[in-house]
Design a protein around this ligand. Structure first.
Ligand code: PLP
Length: 388
């Protein structure tokens, strides 16, 4: 048998399908299923947009686009980002990719050589870890602080920088904690990256999901020399299945990035880009609707978790995740499996976001109603009370 690359073999299999399938096939049939597992917003375009164009009948929906993606989409996203930065960005700083995951992989692939270190705050978004390891890089995880809502430990991050360090990945608003990192800390890190000539990759997938705060981490950067922004259209527009994201980078990187994009995907799917072209005619529609539903479920979650004897959430203000401590439980994987089979409720175990977080679970509230939040937290509390 031909040998598989050793970097791929050592990577853990993504856990999402395993837990989704448990809910689908192994949950209790007596009660309704509630999924707090999926990192998706409530509304797809079916809920908020009336398509006038017949995208299915357009021949260009079935053809390659320019490697960088449609100019109109790059213009849209460049104007959105430009409003937040003190420096100028334009459509030539952008490549439309098949999702933010692909954008992140391509950005890392551009920079990393075997053995290079990448620092990431933990809890980690596991696809970041997978991408680094797949390319042959070394992940350096630095724990965030659970007692202050998982803010960054900048001191520790800075102390870990050495001659092998190539990049830092900062994901804010964060998956899985929902933290929006303090802008002073972002500033410190942006300055250190500049000084030491490291790349800071900002995963900005949840930029439109911030609650009760005025938040703009991009204000802390002076240019794109040591910054790559990777972002997504998935969450804002409720189009996770269309696979659209972007890379925003300095124009001098574009030629090399295009080589990677062309080799891996040629371009982002044309039919998806055609759909997005329609949606960006009225972007606020989607943003408002998805933000409002996540916000309502978050308010309900805050109230329900405040009352819980068994669950502890240091409230965070971004994305649509709560990273919640299970007060007396230290095997989050087993807990989540049992919760599915007994209560038909899907949470993701904290351990998949780093070994340290085995007493935590991630509650995704983007696609559940406030009533489901109430019912779900009731069942979780009852299950813990009955079994511990
Ligand atoms: C932090 C983070 N980055 C990237 C992604 C992937 O987004 P996309 O659907 O654009 O690939 C996700 C999806 O959950 C995410 O949470």
């Amino acid at each position: 048998m031909a040998k598989v690359n050793k970097n791929i073999i050592k990577i853990k299999t993504p856990p999402i399908d395993y837990f989704n399938n448990l809910l689908k096939y192994k949950s209790s049939s007596d009660i309704s299923q509630i999924s707090f597992g999926h990192g998706i917003p409530m509304h797809t375009p079916v809920d908020y947009h009336q398509f006038k164009n017949s995208i299915l009948l357009e021949p260009n929906s079935y053809k390659y686009t320019e490697i960088k993606g449609y100019y109109e989409i790059r213009k849209f996203i460049s104007e959105k980002i430009d409003l937040k930065t003190s420096f100028d960005v334009n459509p030539d700083n952008f490549i439309i990719t098949s999702g933010a995951n692909s954008a992140l992989f391509k950005s890392l692939f551009l920079h990393l050589e075997e053995g290079d270190e990448v620092i990431i705050p933990s809890p980690v978004y596991f696809n970041h870890v997978m991408a680094i390891e797949m390319i042959g890089g070394v992940v350096v995880e630095i724990n965030s602080n659970p007692t202050n809502g998982f803010q960054l430990d900048t001191e520790k991050i800075i102390n870990k920088i050495n001659s092998k360090t190539k990049a830092l990945i900062i994901n804010s608003p964060n998956n899985p904690t929902g933290a929006i990192y303090d802008m002073n800390d972002i500033k410190k890190l942006s300055q250190i990256c500049k000084k030491q000539n490291l790349m800071l990759i900002l995963d900005y997938t949840y930029d439109d999901f911030v609650y009760d705060a005025d938040y703009n981490p991009l204000a802390e950067f002076s240019d794109l020399e040591n910054l790559i922004i990777v972002g997504s259209f998935s969450k804002t527009f409720g189009i996770t299945g269309l696979r659209l994201g972007y890379i925003c980078a300095s124009s001098h990187l574009m030629d090399n990035l295009s080589k990677i994009q062309d080799t891996i995907s040629i371009c982002a799917p044309a039919i998806s880009q055609n759909i997005l072209l329609e949606l960006i005619k009225d972007p606020n529609n989607a943003i408002r609707k998805n933000h409002l539903s996540a916000s309502n479920s978050r308010i309900k979650l805050i109230n329900e978790l405040k009352k819980s004897e068994y669950l502890n959430w240091q409230i965070t203000n971004g994305a649509f995740y709560a990273f919640v401590e299970l007060k007396n439980i230290h095997d989050s994987w087993k807990f989540c499996e049992n919760l599915i089979s007994n209560q038909s409720i899907l949470l993701l175990p904290g351990s998949i976001f780093g070994d340290e977080w085995n007493s935590y679970v991630r509650i995704a509230f983007g696609s559940v109603t406030p009533d489901e939040v109430e019912e779900g937290i009731f069942r979780i509390n009852k299950y813990i009370a009955d079994t511990t």
